[in-house]
Design a binder for this molecule. Structure first.
Ligand code: PHE
Ligand code: ZN
Length: 880
């Protein structure tokens, strides 16, 4: 499992891609599941790949070093140790016929698999996670996505402990054995790569529903969970049916098997997995109930259920040729799930949320030591590339194609892509080619988005000539160097824009439209607009039409004007953000210079305007009234001054709260309704605005609002209101009340694991002094489990990512704590260890004092012994 730093793990390059030496006709698997071991027999029908020029290429099988090989035979003839070579992660067999069956028996120990890749146990049930390279921990196989086969799987296990036995496809046979064991056989008729294989065995219950596809196929829908969670599956089922219908309507894609299954598991490294016909979900992404789940949790379930379901076409029917193409399925599927969520809820709010994530976390990734192209050119460990860049920036690339082609052509392009490549493993070039073919456009420059890392900057200025009634926009693009890429060619940047007249109305442009998409394709370019009667205010990058940092020298009045009038909802919000950012940044400088902090009235006035604007949707108001996060302010800084950012943001919140106290109070009161809970969009919006108002009221630190929050906590009939109140009190100056409520909350919810995670996260994020001591105490609390990724994320990751003053404590204790955690996790669960490293990888962004403390901890991790490939890669790139 581990590899020492001295024997450096090898780098894998896209340019070295070779087709597989052999193709697989069919794969038959038999699993004998026991408490101390699992025996896996695979029978694989191979044929030599006619594509391959070299007829002497050996069969190279991938197999993790934990595999115990019991038997290997070819067409029934057992192989001796001289007949094959086992070399690192590979098993090599030469001098093979053109067609044969290889049978292989391996022994594995799922109960000891703490990495949660391959076959492992989660809370007593067996389950698998094979993406990206987990199948090689089950048996020897060409574990690469371009080897696709039909699978037949037989699972044998004790009937009492594991009454439910599942795998991909259709249940074709089952039976009982005399010793209390039973078996079920599954067949999946669709050829698939090994990473989409799945197996589940456990004591599970399920809810069932049914969906009839557009062409009349009846599909059984089942969602499985432990009995105690059976009451939390309805929202996922509803989301699934909506996803199925949406994919038919918007993409013309129907489901293709007779049954679709989802299983909830508590131990899972990621959110969920799209295994063919048998999706496996982290409980956090599938369970939802008003009493235990907050509104954003409901929305997350809807989005992730959609995402995994949409993969059935964008990922499974058409898959990736190699892992460099990961964004082929992930970027496209994130775009699809984002549009689905936008159609189910508020489109503008969904866009604001996605862009916020992109601008904070993805932009930070793209300027750090792990920056990589959406289609990377090399990697050491593919698990490290399930990133915001591949997912979110990848989705932005697909969105740009949608913007450039328009709805109709884009749909034609996606139809062509699915038709041309159904059943194939393809590349991002193939995807773009389908779009090029239907539109007749040359996409050569556009494709630089896939191969060049870094966030482009676009500096825009406007020039108005009253005499000729001509308005000109001058644009200039640039992109900073990223690892292994010093200089970049200019990108094709679609800039959706409009021009506002002096009343704030859209000016009709020459095209007859009020929004146009300008295509910036060179370093410098100017765009001329004729017949513009007055000097306009430009609204640029509407809907965030490209993942860039665009700047225009707006003054405060212009930003307030755009906030009030822009017909593009996203840009109205963005104008408010830009106004707040500029005011906060100025105060940060004041703070650093020791000048007294005074809040500009412009922000207070702008907030007052928004609160009184009845035309705005409540969810939008809540977004506009939220200050830019510490993470976003950090991303915008050349050198991150943790203390200044934290103190200034706190000061501005408090000042706004006091200046607008009565407005926030009436906002709170008018949005408290006596109605019982409903998760519909309007109610979600109302609660988000109400709880935002409460957060400002609490920021005044006045005791009467503590009483208000306590009342809300006591009376809430739903987790959204209860948790909002808890977290506000827990983070307030009222320490005694904080302790009381936290204790009450734990007593009430200690048996609901996902609620306990929220309870851990609230405490981990508490910026009050001695945060680390509180977190360390929680590590030994019965609520914590150091082998469960959800617990680690709730406590350790939240502390390091959200509790800036404590994590960045100048005594270095926060960094030391994180390094200690990583050193342990490196052996136990390398994927999680490597993800936790992220905050330390940004060390170069901080002051000297913090830099050296962070770097020392990175070095200590490096010297701690055998490093997994996952941790090695991130660490070595961060220290390079
Ligand atoms: N393919 C999954 C998704 O995005 C993510 C995942 C990757 C899950 C690797 C587990 C392991 O839908
Ligand atoms: Zn995905």
């Amino acid at each position: 499992m581990s590899q020492s730093v001295t024997e450096q793990p090898s780098v894998i390059y896209l340019k070295d891609y070779q087709t597989p030496a052999f193709l697989v006709e069919s794969t038959a698997l038999r699993f004998e599941l026991e408490e101390e071991q699992a025996l896996v027999r695979s029978q694989v029908q191979y044929t030599r790949n006619p594509d391959s020029a070299d007829r002497l290429r050996p069969l190279i099988l991938d197999g993790h070093e934990s595999l115990e090989l019991h038997r290997l035979s070819i067409d029934g003839e057992v192989l001796n140790e001289q007949d094959y070579r086992r070399q690192g992660e590979q098993l090599i067999i030469s001098e093979l016929p053109d067609s044969f069956v290889l049978e292989c028996v391996t022994r594995i120990e799922p109960q000891n698999n703490t990495a949660l890749e391959g076959l492992y146990k989660s809370d007593g049930m067996f389950c698998t996670q094979c993406e990206a390279e987990g199948f090689r921990r089950i048996t020897f196989y060409q574990d690469r996505p371009d080897v696709m086969a039909v699978f037949e799987t037989t699972v044998v296990a004790d009937k009492q402990s594991y009454p439910v036995l599942l795998s991909n496809g259709n249940n074709v046979d089952s039976g009982e054995e005399d010793d209390g064991r039973h078996w079920v056989r599954w067949q999946d008729p669709f050829p698939k790569p090994a990473y989409l294989f799945a197996l589940v065995a456990g004591n599970l219950e399920f809810i069932e529903d049914q969906y009839t596809t557009a062409s009349g196929r009846d599909v059984v829908l089942r969602i499985f969970a432990e009995a105690k969670d059976l009451d939390k599956l309805d929202h996922a089922m509803l989301s699934l049916k909506r996803s199925m219908q949406w994919d038919e309507q918007v993409y013309g894609r129907e489901y293709d098997l007779d049954i679709f299954m989802v299983v909830a598991v508590d131990f899972f490294n990621m959110g969920a997995m799209e295994n063919k016909g048998l999706n496996i979900f982290n409980t956090s992404c599938v369970l939802a109930h008003p009493e235990t789940t907050v509104d954003t949790g409901f929305q997350r379930v809807e989005g992730v259920v959609g995402h995994e379901y949409f993969h059935n076409w964008s990922g499974n029917r058409v898959t990736c040729r190699d892992w460099f193409q990961l964004s082929l399925k992930e970027g496209f599927t994130v775009f699809r799930d984002a549009e689905f969520s936008a159609d189910m809820n508020s489109r503008t709010v969904k866009r604001i949320e996605d862009v916020t994530l992109l601008r904070t976390a993805q932009f930070a990734e793209d300027s750090g030591p792990m920056a990589h192209a959406v289609r990377p050119a090399s990697f050491i460990e593919i698990s490290n590339f399930y990133t915001l860049t591949v997912y979110e920036k990848g989705a932005e690339i697909v969105r740009m194609l949608h913007t450039l082609l328009g709805e109709h052509k884009f749909r034609q392009g996606s139809d062509l892509y699915f038709k041309r490549h159904d059943g194939q493993a393809v590349t991002t070039d193939d995807f773009v080619q389908a779009m090029a073919d239907v539109s007749g456009r040359d996409m050569t420059r556009f494709k630089l988005w896939y191969s060049q890392a870094g966030t482009p900057r676009v500096a825009v200025s406007g020039e108005y000539d009253a005499a000729s009634q001509r308005y000109t926009l001058h644009m200039r693009q640039s992109c900073s160097p990223t690892p292994e890429m010093e200089t970049k060619q200019p990108f094709l940047i679609p800039v959706a824009m409009g021009l506002l007249d002096q009343h704030g109305r859209d000016i009709t442009l020459a095209s007859g439209n009020t929004t146009e998409v300008l295509e910036l394709v060179s370093t410098e370019q100017s765009f001329v607009f004729e017949n513009i009667p007055v000097e306009p205010v430009p609204s640029l990058l509407r809907g965030f039409s490209a993942p860039v940092k665009l700047s225009f020298p707006y003054d405060q009045e212009q930003l307030v004007f755009l906030m009030q009038h822009d017909s593009d909802g996203f840009n109205r919000w963005d104008a408010a953000q830009q106004l707040a950012v500029s005011i906060l940044q100025k105060l940060i400088t004041d703070y650093q210079q020791g000048s007294p902090l005074v809040l500009d009235n412009a922000l207070i006035d702008a907030y007052r305007l928004v609160m009184s604007d009845v035309s705005l949707d409540k969810a939008m108001v809540a977004k506009v009234l939220s200050l830019p996060s510490e993470a976003y302010l950090s991303e915008l800084s050349d050198e991150i001054d943790v203390d200044a950012i934290y103190q200034v943001r706190k000061f501005v919140r408090q000042t706004l709260a006091k200046a607008l106290e009565s407005e926030f109070l009436s906002l709170y009161q008018s949005n408290c309704s006596g109605d019982s809970y409903s998760p519909d969009a309007a109610s979600v919006a109302r609660r988000s605005l109400k709880n935002l108002a409460l957060s400002y009221l609490m920021a005044t630190e006045r005791t009467e609002y503590l009483a208000l929050a306590r009342d809300q906590f006591a009376q809430a009939d739903n987790m959204t209101d209860s948790q909002a109140a808890l977290s506000l009190v827990a983070h307030s100056v009222h320490e005694q009340a904080a302790d009381e409520l936290l204790e009450q909350f734990y007593q009430r919810w200690q048996n609901e694991s996902l609620v306990v995670n929220q309870w851990l996260a609230i405490q981990a994020a508490n910026t009050r002094e001695a945060g680390l001591q509180r977190v360390e105490k929680l590590l030994t609390h019965p609520a914590y489990d150091a082998s469960n990724p959800n617990k680690i994320r709730s406590l350790v990751a939240v502390f390091c990512a959200q509790n800036l003053p404590n994590f960045h404590n100048l005594d270095g204790s926060g960094y030391r704590f994180l390094a200690d955690q990583i050193i342990v996790l490196n052996k136990q669960n390398p994927q999680i260890a490597s993800r936790l490293l992220t905050p330390l990888t940004r060390w170069k962004q901080y002051s000297e004092a913090r830099q050296s403390l962070m770097k020392a901890e990175l070095e200590r991790i490096g010297n701690s012994g055998d490093l997994s490939k996952d941790v090695y890669e991130v660490l070595s790139k961060s220290l390079a």
